[in-house]
Design a protein around this ligand. Structure first.
Ligand SMILES: NC(=O)c1ccc[n+]([C@@H]2O[C@H](COP(=O)([O-])OP(=O)(O)OC[C@H]3O[C@@H](n4cnc5c(N)ncnc54)[C@H](OP(=O)(O)O)[C@@H]3O)[C@@H](O)[C@H]2O)c1
Length: 404
């Protein structure tokens, strides 16, 4: 028997600390778990801070592990049934832990949104993870759980209602309030740096089926335009996370065995409201994204603003802002002129409070739930679609079907 059901790696970082808090806030009876990071002193400080709010945390085991020391990755992977990690940017810091987990047949989950890195993990480890009967689950945060599971829930509802899945699904974001951490900005900047240096990275990111090796289908790259989406009755702007979410949904479909048909199509955009105000907001968001790309992709501008204006790694939104945050998205499926809709709503800043709860529940689910015998480099929807929506409902993230 392994020492722990679950290890939270990266617990000294901004999001990792919140993941540990989320496990304490919504405890799973009998769960044996530990926190891990590269500094014993920082881990002790995190544990003391956690114990102020949750006295039971004072006995939490601490494990020192550094991704630059492979033997410590093996140690984490050997001692737990599941390791969840927030140690990013994953392109730089993620590989050693995935490798160790697959080698030791340990389930793994993370909150990466780095599509190029996920593809490299699929190429390097999918087959071995299938052989070892373990699960590597990427994108278990705001990108991409609400979107990926929103589609899975909508397709189950469609089959229940029509006896057949939706042929096309479109998701728009609704009311949303949240902020970015320094770690996320660092990950985004890294992707832009590598795309600037290497055009093949750009081509890879533009491929809608990049996470389905050899896969193809009707979808093109995400829209960069302001558009009116009649089924949602709103104007839309490009959605910065669509580049990850849509690829995850397509991989979910492939891993499930293409149950929604070869012609299944999925797209996403940011909803900006109705009428002229919705159109103006959409134009503003489109321009805002262009400015953000220039800032993050230009190292000298980045140096000027990261720190004084934008958060540095380790920093992120305040407790007050995390707790007052919220999100909503609307998933609409179509078949033969009929529609089915799923609303996904969550409390808390989507990128941090809600993300930490999503990762915590994903990890706990991998550790304790009865799951289908699906192994390899997976997506949340492909292995946790039957259990995670209910778990998330208990931590304030709800999926509700609305027929129309
Ligand atoms: N999918 C989503 O919705 C979502 C949401 C939020 C964040 N993220 C991603 O999550 C990642 C973390 O974000 P964050 O804001 O929490 O970043 P952060 O505060 O900078 O945390 C990074 C963590 O990595 C650790 N680390 C760095 N180098 C290490 C090494 N060599 N060995 C072991 N640990 C090491 C840091 O340890 P120290 O404390 O010792 O420095 C820290 O614990 C980013 O990649 C971000 O993009 C995704």
């Amino acid at each position: 028997m392994r020492d722990f059901d679950l290890i939270v790696f990266g617990a000294t970082g901004f999001t990792g600390r919140l993941v540990a808090e989320a496990i304490l806030e919504f405890p799973e009876p009998g769960l044996r778990w530990a926190i891990a990071g590269r500094s014993q002193k920082k881990l002790e400080d995190v544990r003391s801070a956690l114990a102020e709010r949750f006295p039971e945390a004072q006995d939490l085991p601490l494990l020192v592990a550094d991704v630059t020391k492979p033997e410590t990755m093996d140690d984490l992977a050997c001692r737990a049934r599941v390791v969840c990690t927030t140690v990013g940017p994953f392109t730089v810091l993620g590989g050693a832990l995935v490798q160790a987990c697959v080698r030791h047949g340990t389930d793994y989950c993370d909150i990466t949104g780095e599509v190029g890195w996920m593809r490299s993990v699929i190429d390097a480890h999918h087959n071995e993870a299938v052989d070892k009967k373990c699960r590597v689950v990427h994108a278990a945060g705001f990108d991409s759980i609400p979107f990926d599971l929103g589609v899975v829930v909508a397709q189950k509802a469609a089959v229940a209602k029509w006896g057949a899945p939706a042929e096309r699904i479109r998701t728009v974001t609704g009311r949303m309030s949240g902020a970015l951490s320094g770690g996320t900005l660092a990950s985004m900047a890294l992707i832009m740096d590598s795309a600037r240096r290497d055009r093949s990275v750009l081509r890879q990111l533009a491929n809608p089926y990049v996470l389905v090796p050899g896969g193809s289908g009707p979808d093109r790259n995400d829209s960069r335009r302001v558009e009116h989406w009649p089924e949602h009755k709103v104007w839309t702007a490009p959605f910065i996370m669509a580049g990850c979410n849509t690829r995850i949904v397509r991989r979910t479909h492939a891993l499930l065995g293409m149950p929604w048909g070869d012609a299944f199509s999925y797209t996403e955009a940011m909803g900006t409201g109705r009428g002229v105000r919705g159109w103006i907001r959409a134009q503003g968001i489109r321009m805002g994204i262009a400015v953000m790309v220039v800032v993050l992709a230009t190292p000298w501008i980045r140096r000027l603003v990261v720190g004084p204006i934008l958060p540095k790694p380790g920093q992120g939104p305040s407790k007050e802002s995390r707790e007052s945050g919220h999100f909503a998205l609307h998933v609409v499926g179509h078949r033969a002129g009929e529609t089915i809709a799923v609303d996904v709503k969550g409390n808390g800043d989507p990128g941090y409070l809600a993300t930490s709860r999503m990762l915590a529940q994903t990890a706990v689910s991998l550790a304790v739930d009865e799951l289908p015998p699906t192994f390899g480099v997976l997506t949340p929807g492909s292995c946790l679609g039957d259990v995670l929506p209910d778990r998330l409902g208990r931590v304030g993230i709800r999926f509700s079907v609305r027929s129309s």
